[in-house]
Design a protein around this ligand. Structure first.
Ligand SMILES: *[C@@H]1O[C@H](CO)[C@@H](O)[C@H](O)[C@H]1NC(C)=O
Ligand SMILES: *[C@@H]1O[C@H](CO)[C@@H](O)[C@H](O)[C@H]1NC(C)=O
Ligand SMILES: *[C@@H]1O[C@H](CO)[C@@H](O)[C@H](O)[C@H]1NC(C)=O
Ligand SMILES: *[C@@H]1O[C@H](CO)[C@@H](O)[C@H](O)[C@H]1NC(C)=O
Ligand SMILES: *[C@@H]1O[C@H](CO)[C@@H](O)[C@H](O)[C@H]1NC(C)=O
Ligand SMILES: *[C@@H]1O[C@H](CO)[C@@H](O)[C@H](O)[C@H]1NC(C)=O
Ligand SMILES: *[C@@H]1O[C@H](CO)[C@@H](O)[C@H](O)[C@H]1NC(C)=O
Ligand SMILES: *[C@@H]1O[C@H](CO)[C@@H](O)[C@H](O)[C@H]1NC(C)=O
Ligand SMILES: *[C@@H]1O[C@H](CO)[C@@H](O)[C@H](O)[C@H]1NC(C)=O
Ligand SMILES: *[C@@H]1O[C@H](CO)[C@@H](O)[C@H](O)[C@H]1NC(C)=O
Ligand SMILES: *[C@@H]1O[C@H](CO)[C@@H](O)[C@H](O)[C@H]1NC(C)=O
Ligand SMILES: [Cu+2]
Length: 756
């Protein structure tokens, strides 16, 4: 493509997007009148803080509250030797005066000083019933999904494994699709296999009625199931997913992100609307195609607004070498906080000006899409008590691999199995030196592969639990439960009283096991020193100029909306102008728009990003296109030291602690635009998000965006009645203005901020 046509295209894009703004919205390219109508931040109102508290922090010590749970504890003191913690001045934003603590809207005080949230408590069943007996059939609760039932598939060590059993461990005893590659002997980023095999899936996304916890509602379902289908492939396969957007009543766009996949050479398949593609418009179909370039447990989810919280997600299993022995792979165990409201209603509330709604409380916690709800808490909806819990089966003496996935919107999960210890063998898509624990902590987006040895007796039944942290998250019913039945346990028994003369014997048909104690005093992951990658990699040294510090904070903008900021800037996407496409057109005058939060790392071979959390809220930070080296994390600020410097933890989501920091390093081996964001759905909506631009100088030559990806912008442009990008020939694109309101009805005049 010639320089002239690139420039022409870019200018046309720019003009079209300005002209296409909905009425009543000024061009957001120009400065906003921050602070004008407001008093500058000042000393707190004397009555704002509890007596005796003189700190000007926005969030005083107070009983735990739903917005900043756990914040009731004093803010963490600096860790000795770590230097002073970052500034905790109430709210600050690069020069722009923001509403300060003294002038917080009254509505925020109900957030800061809430009365205790009602905790629903886990509903107990009366005699004659049992939590083990599902009141609703699976088709009513979860549609076409089989997860959580005894019919859920078990997995071989790889697709095509000829013999029924065995894990082929130690490595080398079988013939694997990935050849002689091993978990400890192969660098997965440099030496991934290519099997030449394509695994094809067809996904139809549409609304459907489900009742995962007995409360009937409309969900966004993939192929009619909640959760969506499990994708399975061998390491080195190509995964092809044809996605049909059949969402109606109302219509909305969609896009699927393949969490944790590196997408080397295929950044346009990463599924992030406004960054790597335009959304898939209603009625349209798009085929994603990408390499299964890492192995282990991951998931896919919509990256369109907070749509995955409405149901658009599922597990991905990529078979590869193992680093520990087990007998059977029981597959995904999806842990999801749950809301009865539609996701878009919640996003509207989160992005509104009633600040008491900015931290929505989940109302339930599901394991593999199933839970039960106390129907006395709801009215005007169809609610079936004891709809059904997920069930698993163990045989004494066997060992099982469980693939834990926190696929929720907000809640930090603590997973455990009563009376059983868990051996963690991988975090995210990185095998680790196995270690044992009773409780596995997973922030949103994180995964853990665990092995559990079934040491119970043959008629045992025990609780599997996942509990949302009350210290770090906002949940009114935090207890997720599932039942594990040993081989001789009665899986259909009811709780009964049998009376013989004066004695009454109660037969309990649900577990009576007790939970392991949970340490809920930190929002961090297990210590970095404990999570050692099985294949060691020493991060390369970096140029000091390639270290970027980013302050994570929030602001209340001049129209009274609460927004999250990264280095003072709240991210906002333009669905019609994917950043990757501009980069691919050779335009490297970044940032195009300050709100796109593009961090250009140029030709650096490796770089470090330090996030300083100046808020009392924990954030699961997710990087696309990479596993990041987590050099260090903790409370306070980074002193430059690295945990396990020759082999630091690598993963794709890391918990950033309240008033804490994390320092991560990236090996810049993947030219593209890679989002780095908090994975809490409502925080992404509020702009807690940056784009890492990696090797922009290589993108135009290294990346060839397929015409099918460009076509998405054409159809999305039609759908939004803005100027579409027309595919004229291979690579030459220009945007044509359409007459407004003639050819395509204007579907959206959405005044709300819509991010990812
Ligand atoms: C069973 O016995 C328990 C304990 O004595 C009692 O609370 C419960 O009401 C009884 N249920 C029935 C159905 O008799
Ligand atoms: C694995 O196989 C490749 C080619 O088949 C060979 O070059 C390599 O040396 C082998 N590696 C090991 C560790 O055996
Ligand atoms: C990998 O692990 C196997 C089995 O434990 C061991 O025999 C082998 O030496 C290890 N290889 C490397 C490169 O560490
Ligand atoms: C109950 O639901 C109906 C239909 O959705 C609605 O019209 C009505 O206002 C609701 N009533 C209450 C009390 O929420
Ligand atoms: C199984 O192992 C756990 C952890 O060591 C132990 O607490 C539990 O008592 C064991 N169960 C049985 C039935 O021995
Ligand atoms: C399981 O319990 C139910 C109800 O109590 C009973 O009808 C059934 O026979 C039991 N099944 C087995 C295998 O014991
Ligand atoms: C129950 O009562 C009957 C007669 O009243 C007696 O024969 C029997 O031994 C008693 N059973 C028990 C377990 O006490
Ligand atoms: C570090 O970066 C600076 C500026 O980008 C450059 O001038 C310098 O040569 C680099 N140093 C090394 C060791 O690469
Ligand atoms: C890159 O795009 C921006 C607008 O998005 C434009 O202002 C700038 O001139 C472009 N640069 C080049 C070199 O085309
Ligand atoms: C490396 O990254 C830093 C931080 O973004 C940037 O300022 C610098 O220009 C980059 N260096 C090169 C050589 O691209
Ligand atoms: C404040 O943020 C909200 C939500 O993103 C946005 O709709 C509104 O336009 C912003 N206000 C200003 C003055 O930019
Ligand atoms: Cu967050």
């Amino acid at each position: 493509m010639g320089i002239t046509s690139v420039a022409l295209w870019v200018v046309l894009v720019f003009v079209a997007s300005i002209q296409a703004l909905p009425e009543g919205r000024g061009p957001r390219y120009f400065g906003l009148p921050f602070g004008l109508p407001f008093e500058p931040a000042g000393r707190p109102h004397p009555g704002f803080f509890p007596t005796g508290h003189s700190s000007p922090r926005l969030f005083p010590t107070s009983p735990a509250h739903p917005f900043f749970p756990g914040h009731g504890r004093p803010p963490p003191v600096p860790v000795p030797g770590r230097g002073p913690k970052p500034s905790q001045s109430p709210v600050s934003y690069s020069g722009a005066p923001i509403i300060g603590t003294a002038s917080l809207p009254a509505s925020l005080s109900t957030v800061v000083f809430p009365s205790n949230l009602p905790t629903a408590g886990f509903p107990k069943q009366s005699s004659g019933s049992s939590l083990g007996i599902n009141a609703l059939p699976q088709s009513k609760t979860n549609g076409n999904s089989l997860l959580g039932t005894f019919a859920a598939p078990k997995y071989p060590q790889f697709i095509g494994q000829s013999s029924g059993g065995g894990t082929g461990f130690p490595p080398g005893t079988g013939s694997f699709p990935w050849g002689n590659r091993t978990a400890n002997g192969t660098n997965p980023y440099r030496s991934a296999p290519s099997t030449g095999v394509v695994r094809s899936y067809n996904f139809v996304i549409a609304r459907g009625t489900i009742a995962p916890d007995g409360v009937e509602r409309s969900g966004l379902l993939i192929n009619g199931g909640f959760p969506g289908p499990t994708i399975e492939a061998n390491w080195g396969d190509t995964i092809e997913v044809t996605v049909s957007n059949r969402i109606t009543g109302p219509e909305e766009g969609t896009s699927l992100h393949w969490h944790g996949m590196l997408q080397k050479g295929t950044p346009f398949e990463d599924g992030v609307p406004g960054i790597t593609q335009c959304p898939i418009a209603p009625g349209e179909t798009f085929t994603y195609s990408f390499n299964a370039d890492l192995y282990g447990t991951t998931w896919y989810h919509s990256h369109y607004s907070a749509q995955y919280a409405g149901g658009v997600f599922g597990a991905m299993i990529i078979h590869g070498p193992v680093n520990a022995q087990y007998d059977q792979d029981l597959g995904p165990v999806l842990l999801t906080d749950y809301y009865h409201k539609d996701y878009d209603t919640i996003v509207e509330e989160v992005m509104g000006t009633d600040l008491s709604l900015i931290a929505p409380s989940s109302v339930n916690n599901l394991i593999n899409g199933k839970g039960v709800y106390d129907c006395t808490l709801v009215s005007n909806v169809t609610c079936t008590p004891n709809a059904g819990l997920s069930k698993f089966q163990f045989t004494s003496g066997q060992s099982y691999r469980l693939r834990l996935i926190n696929a929720g919107a907000e809640g930090l999960q603590r997973f455990s199995i009563d009376n059983h210890v868990l051996t963690v063998i991988a975090y995210d898509l990185v095998p680790i030196e196995p270690y044992t624990t009773t409780v596995v902590t997973l922030g949103i987006g994180q995964r853990a592969d665990v092995i559990v040895h079934a040491n119970g007796s043959s008629s045992d039944l025990v609780w599997m639990r996942s509990t949302i942290s009350s210290y770090c998250s906002v949940a009114s019913q935090p207890d997720g439960l599932a039942i594990i039945y040993y081989q001789d346990a009665n899986t259909t028994a009811a709780t009964t009283n049998s009376s013989t003369n004066s004695t009454t014997t109660t037969t309990t048909a649900e577990p009576t096991s007790t939970a392991w104690p949970i340490d809920d005093t930190s929002c961090g992951n297990d210590a970095l020193a404990e999570t050692v990658p099985y294949y060691a990699i020493t991060p390369p040294s970096t140029n000091t100029s390639a270290t970027v510090q980013v302050a994570l904070n929030f602001e209340i903008n001049s129209t009274g909306h609460f927004l999250w900021t990264m280095d003072g800037s709240s991210f906002r996407v333009d669905y019609n102008d994917p950043v990757l496409m501009l980069a691919d057109a050779g335009n490297d005058s970044y940032p195009y728009d300050p709100e796109w939060n593009v961090y250009d790392f140029g030709s650096n071979k490796s770089f470090i990003v330090v996030i300083n959390n100046e808020t009392p809220v924990a954030h699961p930070m997710h990087i696309h296109g990479h596993n990041m080296f987590v050099l260090n994390e903790g409370l306070g600020s980074w002193d430059g030291s690295v945990v396990n410097p020759t082999n630091p933890t690598r993963r794709d989501v890391q918990m950033l602690q309240p008033y804490g920091y994390m320092a991560m390093q990236i090996d810049a081996d993947n030219p593209g635009v890679w989002p780095f964001h908090c994975h809490i759905a409502w925080h992404v909506s509020g702009g807690l998000y940056v784009n890492i631009l990696e090797h922009p100088e290589l993108i135009p030559s290294a990346i060839e965006i397929p015409s099918s990806v460009n076509d998405l912008c054409t159809s999305w442009g039609s759908f939004t009645a803005q100027g579409p990008i027309d595919q004229i020939d291979s690579g030459l694109r220009r945007r044509k203005r359409r007459q407004r309101g003639t050819e395509w009805p204007r579907k959206f005049s959405n005044p709300l901020r819509r991010t990812l």
